[in-house]
Design a binder for this molecule. Structure first.
Ligand code: ATR
Length: 269
């Protein structure tokens, strides 16, 4: 049976085995998909050993996405641009890396009726999560992207890094001004239930607010948006399922329907 896995540390919480088992069942694919806890200094060895045992492909989660990027012999354009890899596969003896996070976000937004072409996007945060999605967002030809971060210098570094892809600029989080169609929270503030110090006017004018985090209840950012009357506020569960679907597609050549898996995981949160 073809073998896949997800490498991470910690990894016990990962929903990837459940998601991929459901995809396999929905598409009648015979495969196994496990979690692998890897010591921080053992990532290259773990990948090599997995391949030696017949592994066909793998996902990579924290803290190994950058190490995976460095380990690969070949990279897709979006993985190269984002500097991080979440999906590994082999072509002959060569290890290849892709980053499906951005495509997962885009698919989830489009599926929820959010128009991206010509859209003015505000991205809040400047860590790995935000960096990983910028190339795929630009593929949708938005009008502009503004990156706002608590530490402005990091937002500025990202804006400079992606300048060749389109209209991108940066600002400090408490200085955000202007009108945006879509606001995406890519900070880890939701995980600590912290409200973001973003001007209420800016949130109020958005057509959609999206939090890359998710939980059993709406996130603090979703609550902020709702209180300010934003009609559409989404969390990142759809992105999680969709990035997995893009990985599955790369490995298996078939596209699974994300909806049944979304419903299943939503019920379990
Ligand atoms: P990830 O890989 O999840 O993106 P990261 O690289 O550590 O994690 O980045 C975390 C992001 O969340 C950063 O943009 C961070 O802002 P700083 O660069 O100023 O540290 C942001 N962040 C975390 N906690 C925050 C909070 N309480 N308020 C605002 N921003 C926060």
């Amino acid at each position: 049976m073809d073998r896949y896995c997800v490498f991470g540390n910690p990894i016990a919480h990962s929903k990837s085995p459940l998601i991929h088992a459901e995809f396999a069942s929905l598409t009648q694919q015979q495969l196994s998909y496990d979690k692998q806890l890897v010591a921080e200094d053992q990532f290259p060895q773990a990948v090599a050993e997995f391949r030696r045992q017949g592994g066909q492909g793998a996902n990579v989660t924290l803290p190994f996405k950058q190490q995976a990027f460095e380990l690969c012999d070949g990279l897709t354009d979006r993985a190269r641009l984002s500097g991080a890899v979440n999906t590994l596969y082999w072509q002959g003896d060569q290890l290849w890396g892709d980053n499906t996070d951005g495509e997962g976000l885009v698919r989830d937004l489009l599926r929820n009726g959010v128009e991206l072409k010509g859209c003015r996007i505000l991205l809040i945060g400047a860590g790995g999560a935000v960096r990983g999605v910028i190339p795929s967002l630009f593929e949708q030809q938005p009008q502009s992207i503004v990156v706002a971060n608590r530490t402005q210098a990091k937002a500025e570094t990202l804006a400079q890094h992606f300048a060749e892809l389109g209209d991108i600029s940066s600002c400090a989080m408490d200085e955000i001004d202007g009108a945006f169609d879509l606001i995406i929270n890519g900070t880890s503030a939701s995980l600590s239930s912290t409200a973001l110090p973003v001007n209420a006017d800016v949130i109020q004018r958005a057509k959609c607010c999206y939090d890359m985090a998710y939980g059993s209840e709406p996130t603090v950012f979703q609550q902020q948006a709702k209180q300010l009357g934003v009609s559409k506020s989404l969390d990142g569960l759809g992105m999680l399922i969709q990035q997995a679907a893009v990985s599955f597609e790369r490995w298996r050549g078939v596209t699974p329907d994300p909806q049944p898996v979304y419903d299943l995981i939503k019920r379990q949160l």
